[in-house]
Design a protein around this ligand. Structure first.
Ligand code: G6P
Ligand code: ZN
Length: 549
């Protein structure tokens, strides 16, 4: 170790195995991150992979999970030692992922580091994560994360400033060596952006009318302060509208993933007899969302389709949409809206980073994924509260309930009946065997008939980015049937224990009289066919999925 006169320490280190970023950054259990040099190596690898940042601004913040504050102090001191000019950090270390994206863009920062394991549980034995976002505010594309990974494999030293910790709770600027640290209000810039996109007066009229009740579940995670300021503050909703609104290091021991299984507190309220009119939840770092009506669940795929079909009613999108983009396993409901609007609908691999180029090139305005992610070109991340505000704005203009809006939508476009079955914590070897045998059988499937369904195509999704021509192979097995139904198999890129097999099922129903059917019933035959084709029960050793959404 050497310490220069300006207190910059250069520490010798060695590569640590397994620092390969997944779908959304490097995610591991907290004790892994707490190993000596683990975080430092990865942060130095990020900096080593960057060119020309000297004197520029870095944005940092996280979802407030366990180890957030300690990690931030290390990152600040390393940023100072590596020559950044300034760091903008959210107060108390808090920045929701979409807010970080907003701040990076607004202040023309060089990039940002977001500390989060998204919807994975937190706490001393929970997960922690770190990801790098580039100057457009979006997740680093694969060539950048590959480069970071190769730096982790060759690292020999890292640089850190020897200095006292920064007070992250006090707003304002402090000097850290040659670098300025500015602690910023975590909510201000984001709230201002939302007010520019949505009709706050109209939403306020709805929320204060006395005939409309909403319930927002922040799941003890990062959106608490944002939701309280926006809904209860700026939009006048009664105090208590936001539940679980204080970010906790362990998310109250919950699993901050806004779906029907993990957001059970909210689901209970919205599916009760005297349920409110509208319910929403967001995840650990605030980029995912779930939308509920009174006794009604909106699938994320339908949510994107409804948002697209109604965008002309909303201030920030009145000028029309350039295009829509959805991830491959997302249902084809948005495609039908795009067709009617005469715009393109792009199909990308799973992962928000694939939308970045389309958004930057002005080819897509709205994007969404079945994994409870929706967003637009206002930032370069998916955005949970943005989706909630979009829905409130649509409801305020149309004066209809969530269910009425959906039913009308299905009447116009038909219903893409959809469900995702997750098999979690599967033996990783068996899960990859399942995928391999499926890949091996692809050529034999077209033309084969299973019950009422004849296979039209079977492939392993490959994507060529229309902007930079980069190719991403092996993105999931798709089996399409003659009647337009589809099933998709892929392994999760975000789990930290064993493997998670995801099976996505979709069928198309034009007949309005059948739109009320339970998707598990409507998709029953396809579910059985999936098992027949892929041996799901055999390979996973499970009789049924762990999570159905
Ligand atoms: C993260 C990414 C999303 C992606 C999701 C998929 O949330 O930000 O863009 O859709 O992971 O996760 P999976 O576990 O299916 O790979
Ligand atoms: Zn997230």
């Amino acid at each position: 170790m050497t310490t220069a006169p300006n207190n910059i320490k250069t520490v010798s280190t060695q590569p640590i195995d397994g620092q390969k970023p997944g779908t959304s950054g490097l995610r591991k259990q907290v004790p892994v991150f707490q190993q000596p040099n683990y975080l430092e190596n990865f942060v130095q690898a990020i900096f080593n992979s960057l060119d020309g940042y000297a004197g520029h601004t870095l944005v940092v913040g996280g979802d407030g999970r366990y180890y957030n504050r300690q990690a931030l102090q290390i990152i600040l001191k390393m940023a100072a030692a590596n020559g950044f000019g300034k760091v903008l950090v959210g107060q108390a270390g808090i920045l929701a992922t979409p807010a970080a994206s907003c701040v990076i863009r607004k202040y023309n920062a060089f990039g940002g580091i977001v500390l989060s394991a998204s919807h994975n549980p937190g706490g001393p034995d929970g997960d922690f994560g770190i990801k790098y976002n580039v100057s457009n505010g979006g997740p680093a594309p694969e060539k950048v994360t590959d480069d970071i990974y190769s730096h982790t494999q060759n690292i020999t030293e890292y640089k850190i400033l020897e200095a006292n910790d920064i007070d992250l709770d006090r707003l304002g600027s402090t000097q850290l060596g040659e670098m300025t640290v500015e602690v910023i209000d975590s909510v201000d810039d984001y709230a201002e952006l939302m007010a520019s996109l949505f009709d706050f007066d109209q939403i306020k009229t709805l929320l204060t009318s006395g005939n409309f009740r909403m319930c927002m579940d922040s799941m003890h995670a990062v959106t608490g302060p944002y939701a309280k300021r926006i809904f209860e503050g700026l939009l006048g909703a009664p105090a208590g509208t936001v539940m679980n609104g204080t970010p906790l290091e362990d998310f109250g021991k919950g699993h901050p993933d806004p779906n029907l299984v993990y957001a059970h507190d909210l689901v209970e309220i919205l599916f009760a007899k005297d349920a409110p009119d509208f319910g929403a939840a967001s995840d650990g770092d605030g980029d995912r969302n779930m939308i509920l009506g009174n006794n009604f669940f909106v699938t994320p795929s339908d949510s994107l389709a409804v948002i697209a079909a109604n965008a002309h009613l909303v201030k920030g999108y009145k000028g029309g949409l350039a295009g829509i983009a959805r991830s491959m396993p997302t249902s084809q409901a948005p495609d039908l809206v795009a067709k009617k609007l005469g715009i393109e609908c792009f199909e990308t691999p799973t992962g928000w980073k694939f939308f970045g180029n389309l958004l930057d090139a002005g080819k897509a305005t709205l994007c969404g994924e079945e994994s409870f992610g929706t967003g637009s070109n206002h930032v370069r991340e998916k955005d949970g509260l943005w989706a909630v505000l979009f829905w409130l704005n649509i409801i305020a203009v149309r004066g209809q309930s969530v269910e009425e809006i959906l039913k009308e939508h299905w009447q116009t476009y038909g219903r893409n009946v959809y469900s995702r079955h997750d098999y979690e914590a599967v033996n990783a070897e068996k899960a990859s065997k399942l995928m391999e045998q499926l890949r091996g059988a692809l050529g034999t499937l077209p033309g084969r008939t299973f019950g009422n369904y004849e296979v039209q195509y079977a492939d392993d999704f490959s994507y060529t980015d229309p902007i930079d021509g980069s190719i991403s192979n092996r993105q999931g097995v798709r089996i399409g049937f003659k009647d337009g139904s589809r099933m998709v198999f892929r392994l999760s890129g975000t789990g930290t224990q064993g493997a998670t097999l995801r099976l996505y099922l979709e069928s198309y129903e034009a007949d309005t009289s059948k739109h009320g059917e339970d998707p598990q019933v409507a998709l029953g035959e396809l579910i059985a066919i999936a098992d027949e084709i892929a041996g799901v029960r055999e390979y996973t050793g499970m009789d049924k999925p762990t999570v159905i959404t």
